[in-house]
Design a binder for this molecule. Sequence first.
Ligand code: ZN
Length: 125
Amino acid sequence: MPDAYARLMLERKSNPCTPEEQAGTDASRCPKCKRMTLHQHTGECMNGCRATTKGKKNMTDRINALTIVLGEDIREDDVESLCEAIMHMRHVIHVEKNVKDIGSLVSEQRIRQELSTKLWDVLKG
Ligand SMILES: [Zn+2]
């Protein structure tokens, strides 16, 4: 076993990882050396130029859910095929339907009323 380790070290010595390889597949570009050498987790430049994204935004946000807003209210049985289609998309494991509640119906009607009153005022001059 120690022999295997020693061989690995020798191999690494003669064929070391590039700074890009060390930085990982989600590495980002170093502002100093302009290489893709900012480490995917630590944000440090693997090219040794002391540049870092630490403290700045080096990890992109992870999204765990999407909300889809429909352009108009659709009957539940008519929306079924849309839900089915979304379910077949990559990464989707669940689709939740949001039933229109009385609160949103009331505010929608009030906005409609307010807009038509304003429009009428404009038309009257
Ligand atoms: Zn660098």
